[in-house]
Write a protein that binds this ligand. Structure first.
Ligand code: ASP
Ligand code: MG
Length: 419
């Protein structure tokens, strides 16, 4: 079996969905599992709904209507017949969502978040599956929540591999076109969980691992994995072949083309990963596989924006030793700060972190009891893999460098923009 993942941009409107259909016609759809994300920016739009709901904002209804209208337009563009069952199927998903919001008593924000935001994927797969049927391409719609089991860490759930493996081995039919949702799972009480933003790539890898799939293909609006994000760097070039190791490093440092959790399960079973263009599906794109000889010849540039550089020093000039460091890490973990760079001297310790969940204020007040805390907000972390003097100069130009760190293959600088 092959696993294909189509992200939000590939199903953002009727034209794009028709294109997915065409891609399958060109590359084949037998014995394929399609993992699909929410359409376009739906996840963000549902996040706005959740915010309005939690804040009891009068804008709640309007924000739901917006999501409804967006999907309804796509339905009207895809199906000639407004009596088609898909219209009422999608309508029912919205009705269920509204009654959930009306009846919910849980004050747990993250729980509410997952129950609501997940509907984006449920809707997108319902529409795509029905559209393919409508075009004569028979397929099975699969509720991923019956297969991917997780703990109940809502918004960042941990996969229960044993349960998941059992269910996938037993329940997924080969020799068929299967369509399922990315990003979602369910906990032991069958409440919906999510695997972290942009988690659909990871879903594809989980299925591939459990199915011993032949390969995974992530279909993108770029030609493959580039050596730099074209939004921030000029002259980005395509990397034809890279090793799992290189891909893991690039994803870890923040290359958004592949979700960082995706590679480990694939690497363990040596399942190749292809990153290809859904605009030119027959081009080879990038292949990620085993092999130390697959290191890129050119420098790779990655930038993470909106980072926080936090420096801690002891209040009494005592050393920051293992004890303190493990306590600091314990707190960073507890407050879900993703650490992307660490640097320490005798009496100070700096970390560059991503405060994804907005917990820094709380953490800061705890740390301040023991350390002098200084920080810079809104800094950028640049990582250059396979750096050269010229590549470093080009990146550091017009920026104030706050921290610089060099290892054999990787150079990182934390900067603020001077312009
Ligand atoms: N729809 C989810 C998100 O936007 C998952 C994904 O796209 O991978 O985060
Ligand atoms: Mg998305």
């Amino acid at each position: 079996m092959k696993v294909f993942k189509f992200g939000g941009a590939s199903v953002k409107d009727a034209e794009s969905i028709k294109n997915v259909f065409n891609v399958l016609q060109q590359v084949g759809h037998d014995d394929v599992l399609l993992v699909i994300s929410a359409m376009g920016k739906t996840t963000n739009a549902l996040e706005a709904v959740i915010k309005n709901y939690i804040n009891k904002s009068p804008g709640l209804q309007a924000s739901i209507q917006e999501v409804k209208k967006y999907h309804n337009q796509i339905l009207l563009d895809l199906f000639d017949d407004e009596g088609h069952a898909v219209f009422s199927a999608v309508n029912k998903i919205f009705n269920d969502l509204e009654s959930f919001l009306k009846n919910n008593k849980s004050p747990n924000y993250n729980y509410v978040y997952d129950q609501v935001v997940s509907q984006g994927e449920i809707i997108s797969t319902t529409i795509v599956s029905e559209y393919f049927n409508y075009q004569g391409l028979k397929n099975s719609w699969i509720d991923v929540r019956e297969f991917i089991k997780t703990d109940n860490t809502y918004r960042d759930a941990l996969v229960d591999w044993e349960q998941t493996q059992k269910r996938i081995s037993k329940g997924i039919k080969k020799k068929n076109l299967n369509i399922t949702q990315g990003f979602l799972g369910s906990d032991e009480n069958n409440f919906t969980t999510t695997l972290g933003r942009e988690g659909s790539d990871y879903t594809a890898a989980i299925f591939a691992y459990c199915l011993n799939a032949e390969s995974v293909t992530i279909w993108k609006d770029v030609p493959g994995v580039l050596n730099a994000d074209p939004r921030y760097f000029e002259n980005a070039i395509l990397l034809n072949q890279i090793s799992y190791r290189e891909a893991i490093e690039l994803a870890f440092y923040g290359a958004t083309v592949i979700h960082p959790k995706t590679l480990q399960p694939l690497q363990r079973k040596e399942i190749p990963l292809y990153v290809k263009s859904f605009i030119n599906p027959l081009l080879p794109g990038t292949s990620v596989s085993k092999g130390a000889d697959l290191e890129p010849q050119s420098s790779c540039y990655i930038v993470k924006k909106n980072q926080l550089l936090v420096s801690l020093s002891s209040l009494d000039f005592s050393f920051i030793m293992e004890e303190n460091i493990s306590e600091i890490f314990g707190l960073l973990h507890k407050y879900k700060m993703k650490v992307s760079l660490i640097q320490n001297t005798a009496i100070s310790f700096s970390v560059c972190v991503d405060d994804k969940f907005g917990n820094f204020d709380e953490l800061k007040s705890i740390l301040s009891k023991k350390f002098k805390v200084t920080y810079n907000e809104d800094v950028s972390l640049y990582t250059i893999r396979h750096f050269t003097d010229t590549s470093v100069d080009a990146v550091a130009k017009n920026k104030e460098v706050l921290v610089k760190q060099i290892s054999r293959e990787t150079l990182q600088i934390v900067t603020t923009d001077l312009e």
